[in-house]
Design a protein around this ligand. Structure first.
Ligand code: HEM
Length: 532
């Protein structure tokens, strides 16, 4: 076959052989997948409440691996650490992003998230070293400077509009965190100051428009935007393409400027840089200056766009849900403020401070456990595979066929009553307590001692029960960046303000697209802390 496969006829023969073998495996595997529990739903079940909430109810009913059938469409829903570990790490390259790539490709092009494996490998290799320790340390200063703008804005609002009696002001904190995260990602990734905490601009509007469309696409059942004339005929699609052009023009300008001032350096020199003397420490600078890497402008633009989208709403959501939970747990709020007062006093956090702010870090991790962003990871099998047996389901495992669409429900894993004590309770301290595993074969249980010096809880200490950034080769590249950013942002807010929810927690309705967010904002009563 190997010599034959170089000719056209040989290629055809090879394809036919592959197809025949896939068909046979699919056919034979059909009987195994047949024994999988099936949750059957009507399309109407998709409306009314977020999909991930329904998936949780079915998980409790059907077990940790089940098939969700909606008419002719079906998905495998995985809520099992052993099976998640298999798909994400042990056999990662047997899967791609499936439906997710279809949705995101028009926005992110060949950026890391939707990229096919051939594009992904060299780009991942180029981008990961960019998030080195010296870069992260330098970025802590940017996180602090940007958070200070938010703090000053809230202080100004308190001065002008606070209620005389109660001394508080009502603020939608979700909107504030969204602006903060946008400013941070712009400055750190491509040295562009959106300044969105204090103003509106066409680029900011275009970014929100694009995010809005990405969300619409991820929740809309029929991909009508793929029809050839849709981008001209459907007003929201026309607007989407106009928004994309505004952002792309902005990114193209930044890339042209960065390339015009390129100074070739090797990776070690870049990683060892003293960033206190560097004017532009952005990731774009790193990617452009890297010796030997001559990446084309379109790829760079896709990379930047991907990081802009991937790193903005996600981080804003973590801060939003951390505040939502703290507002309902005043004892934990006081504990967090006491830590901030002890470690920071009235200073801005440095990298060293982040290492000491243990309770704030655990709050961020706990917010990510309860509200993972995104709540589902999406995969499609590129070839037939055999999944290990689920802990609540068929012990022998399941054969799946090529093309099987899979949702790994991070939300279910994070709230599984089989893996966590009081899974729905906000308990940041839980990450300090080891949890032996007696019942689940093949799962190593939870142990903070497995962290190998990691600052934040991760998939390793939980053996894939805690997966806020995914796991395996396609794990988030910005995890430490986002965690430190959230730690600094939250610490600086708690340093100055007390907070309460404006209305009851139940009135804060949840909606979801790529992230879990509120329907009408997270309205809080913000008050200056006593004595400040
Ligand atoms: C991938 C979560 C922040 C860039 C991922 C994945 C998750 C995730 C779960 C894996 C997706 C999958 O396996 O399908 C988050 C959360 C964040 C965050 C919760 C904030 C709290 C960031 C930031 C950046 C970033 C700040 C960049 C500056 C990326 C990229 C990928 C990714 C490029 C794709 C990696 C690859 O496929 O090789 N993120 N992320 N993320 N994230 Fe993040």
């Amino acid at each position: 076959v190997s010599t034959d496969s170089r000719t056209e006829g040989g290629k055809l023969k090879r394809t036919l052989l592959d197809n025949a073998s896939n068909f046979l495996t699919n056919f034979l595997s059909g009987s195994r997948i047949g024994s999988m529990p099936i949750a059957e739903g009507a399309v109407s079940d998709l409306f009314g409440k977020p999909l991930f909430v329904s998936l949780y109810d079915w998980f409790i009913e059907h077990g940790s691996v089940y098939k969700l059938a909606f008419g002719p469409k079906s998905f495998l829903v995985v809520s099992d650490p052993i099976v998640a570990r298999h798909i994400l790490r042990e056999n990662a390259f047997a899967y791609d992003k499936g439906v997710l790539a279809d949705i995101l490709e028009p926005i992110m092009g060949k950026g890391l998230i939707p990229a096919d494996l051939d594009t992904w490998k060299p780009r991942r290799k180029a981008i990961v070293p960019g998030f080195h320790a010296a870069f992260l340390e330098a970025m802590v200063k940017v996180f602090g400077d940007c958070s200070e703008r938010t703090v000053k804005k809230l202080e100004a609002m308190l001065l002008t509009t606070q209620d005389d009696k109660t001394k508080h002001v009502e603020i939608d904190m979700e909107a504030e965190f969204s602006s903060l995260a946008l400013d941070i990602i712009g400055l750190c990734v491509f040295n562009y100051d959106f300044g969105s905490v204090t103003r509106e601009s066409p680029v900011i509007k275009a970014v929100y428009g694009t995010l809005f469309e990405a969300e619409h696409r991820s929740t809309f059942y029929i991909p009508y935007w793929k029809f050839p004339l849709a981008r001209w005929l459907v007003p929201r699609q026309r607007k989407f393409h106009e928004d994309l052009k505004v952002i792309n023009d902005c990114l193209d300008n930044l890339i042209t400027t960065a390339k015009a001032t390129r100074q070739e350096d090797d990776i070690e020199a870049l990683q060892g840089r003293d960033y206190s003397k560097v004017k532009d420490a952005s990731l774009l600078r790193f990617l452009v200056d890297m010796k030997g890497e001559d990446v084309d402008d379109k790829q760079l633009r896709d990379d930047l766009m991907t990081m802009l989208i991937a790193g903005h709403e996600t981080t804003a959501a973590v801060l939003t849900w951390a505040v939502f939970m703290l507002a309902q747990n005043p004892d934990k709020l006081v504990k967090a403020q006491t830590e901030v007062d002890t470690i920071l006093g009235q200073r801005k956090p440095t990298f060293e401070c982040v290492k000491k702010l243990q309770y704030i870090r655990l709050i961020i991790a706990e917010a990510l456990r309860l509200y993972p962003q995104p709540p589902l990871l999406i995969r499609r099998a590129l070839k037939p595979d055999t999944l290990p047996g689920g802990y609540k389901g068929d012990k022998d495992g399941y054969s799946i066929s090529q093309g099987t669409d899979i949702f790994i429900s991070v939300y279910n894993l994070h709230r599984s009553p089989y893996l966590w004590d009081n899974p729905h309770k906000f308990e940041p301290e839980r990450f300090l307590v080891p949890k032996d595993n007696k019942d689940i074969e093949g799962w190593a249980g939870f142990s903070p001692y497995r962290s190998q010096g990691a600052l934040y809880p991760n998939e390793v200490i939980s053996d894939f029960a805690f997966l806020p950034f995914g796991g395996g080769p396609r794990k988030c590249v910005g995890d430490q960046f986002a965690l430190m950013e959230s730690t600094v942002g939250l610490a600086m807010l708690l340093q100055k303000f007390d907070l309460e929810l404006k209305d009851s927690p139940e009135s804060v309705q949840i909606v979801t697209g790529a992230t879990i967010h509120t329907k009408n904002g997270l309205w809080c009563k913000i008050k200056r802390r006593e004595g400040l």
